[in-house]
Design a protein around this ligand. Structure first.
Ligand SMILES: Cc1ncc(COP(=O)(O)O)c(C=O)c1O
Length: 383
C-alpha cells in the first residue's frame, strides 16, 4: 500500500508480541515472550469440542452466546464473587476478551471523549479508543509497586472524561488491586458519572491467598462497569478466542449493538464445550491459582541464582525482571540480544507505555512446562 495513505492509526505497527514470537521462532529460542501456555488443556474440553461439532452444532450461535454457557458464567460469578447476574440480559459471549474490549469501547466512547488508561497497558486499549474518536489519557504506573495514585486520577478527570480502563490482575506488572483501590475507583466513577471497563482476564490467577476481587463485587461500581474475561486464559486455550462481557442490562444492550456487527456470534461448538467444562470440572477454575503459583515459585526459585532482580508477581502468569546488573542496553535491544544471542525470548516493558520511564525491565511468561522453564532459567542464570 502507498505510504501516504492517510491511516486512521498512523502510529500502529505490528504488535511487539507478534514480533517477539516471530523472532523467537526464527531463532529457535525458548519463547517466554507472548502470553500463552506451551502445555495442553484438559482432554475433556477437547473431547467436548469434538462431540458437539460431531453432533452437528456447527451453525451460528445466538448473538449473545449459547444459553448454557451464559448460565454457567452466571454460576461462576456467583461462586467467585457472590453476585447475581442475569444470563439473558447481562452476559454476552465474545470472540476473546479482545473483541469484548473493542466492542465495549466502541459502545461507550464518543468523539471528543477522554479515556483514562494506566500504563503499562495492554496494547489493544488505546487504538480502540482512537478508532472511536476518543483520546486515551495515559497515566504511568512505575516499578516496583505499580500502584495507582488515585489523587492523580482525580486530577486527570475533566468534563470530557468518559471511561476508566482498569486491569487487575495486571498484565504486565502482575500487580493486583486491593479492596481500597476498587473503593477509590468506585468513588471516582460514581462522583463524576464515568464508566469503567474492567479487564479481568487473569481473574482466577491470584496468588498468596490474596482475595479474588472484581468490579462486580462493588455494587455502585458494577452498576457503571463492563467487565471482561477470557476462557483462553482460564482453560489454557488462547487460540479458541472465547471470552465474555458482563454489564448491567442497559449497558449490555449498547454493547450488543456493536458486537452484533463485529462478529455477531462466536464459535458454537467451543461455547458448548466450555459450558460443559465449567459444569463438570469446576476444579479447573478453582485450582488455577495454585497451579500457576507453583509455576511462579519454581521460576522464581530457579532465577534466585541469576543476576536478574525479580519484582513481586501477585497474579497472572507473568514475572517482571530488572536486568540492570546484566546490561545497560535499552529494553527492546536487550530482548533482541537475549533472543538472538542466548535463545530466550522476553517482552520489553517500555512497549506498554506511551512515554516509558527510565527503567530496565522485561516480562517473562511462566505459563510453560517445567522442562521449558528449567531450560530457560539455566540460560538466564549464566548471564
Ligand atoms: C490484559 C489482557 N487483556 C486482554 C487479553 C486478550 O484476551 P483474548 O486472548 O481472550 O482476546 C490479554 C491477552 O493477552 C491480556 O493480557
Amino acid at each position: 500500500m502507498h505510504s501516504t495513505f492517510p491511516s486512521k492509526l498512523p502510529e500502529i505497527g505490528s504488535s511487539i508480541f507478534s514480533q517477539m514470537s516471530q523472532l523467537a521462532s526464527e531463532q529457535q529460542a525458548i519463547n517466554l515472550s507472548q502470553g500463552f501456555p506451551d502445555f495442553g488443556c484438559n482432554p475433556y474440553l477437547v473431547q467436548q469440542l469434538a462431540a458437539y461439532s460431531q453432533q452437528g452444532l456447527n451453525q451460528y450461535a445466538p448473538m449473545a452466546g449459547v444459553l448454557p454457557l451464559r448460565q454457567q458464567i452466571a454460576a461462576l460469578i456467583a461462586r467467585c464473587y457472590r453476585q447475581t447476574v442475569c444470563p439473558e440480559q447481562q452476559i454476552t459471549v465474545t470472540s476473546g476478551a479482545t473483541e469484548a474490549l473493542f466492542c465495549a469501547i466502541q459502545a461507550l466512547v464518543r468523539p471528543g471523549d477522554e479515556v483514562i488508561v494506566f500504563d503499562p497497558a495492554y496494547d489493544s486499549y488505546a487504538p480502540a479508543v482512537q478508532l472511536a474518536g476518543g483520546t486515551a489519557v495515559h497515566l504511568a504506573l512505575t516499578a516496583p509497586d505499580f500502584n495507582v495514585d488515585w489523587q492523580q486520577v482525580a486530577d486527570s478527570i475533566n468534563c470530557n472524561t468518559r471511561l476508566i480502563i482498569v486491569n487487575s490482575p495486571h498484565n504486565p506488572s502482575s500487580q493486583i488491586f486491593t479492596a481500597d483501590d476498587w473503593q477509590e475507583l468506585q468513588r471516582l466513577v460514581c462522583q463524576h458519572g464515568l464508566y469503567c471497563l474492567s479487564d479481568e482476564v487473569y481473574e482466577h490467577m491470584v496468588f498468596d491467598e490474596r482475595p479474588q476481587l472484581s468490579a462486580l463485587c462493588f455494587p455502585e461500581l458494577a452498576a457503571r462497569s463492563l467487565v471482561v474475561s477470557s476462557f483462553g486464559k482460564t482453560f489454557h486455550v488462547t487460540g479458541w478466542k472465547l471470552g465474555y462481557c458482563v454489564a448491567p442490562a442497559a449497558l449490555m444492550a449498547e454493547f450488543r449493538k456493536v458486537h452484533q456487527y463485529v462478529t455477531f456470534s462466536s464459535f458454537t461448538p467451543a461455547q458448548f464445550a466450555v459450558a460443559a467444562m465449567l459444569e463438570q470440572h469446576p476444579e479447573q477454575v478453582s485450582g488455577l491459582a495454585a497451579f500457576y503459583q507453583q509455576k511462579r515459585d519454581c521460576f522464581v526459585a530457579a532465577l534466585a541464582a541469576s543476576r536478574f532482580q525479580l519484582l513481586p508477581s501477585q497474579g497472572t502468569y507473568f514475572q517482571l525482571a530488572d536486568y540492570s546488573a546484566i546490561s545497560d542496553q535499552p529494553d527492546v535491544e536487550f530482548c533482541r540480544w537475549l533472543t538472538i544471542e542466548h535463545k530466550v525470548a522476553a517482552i520489553p516493558l517500555s512497549v506498554f507505555y506511551r512515554q516509558p520511564p527510565a527503567q530496565r525491565l522485561i516480562r517473562f511468561c511462566f505459563a510453560k512446562e517445567e522442562y521449558t522453564l528449567q531450560q530457560a532459567t539455566e540460560v538466564l542464570c549464566r548471564l
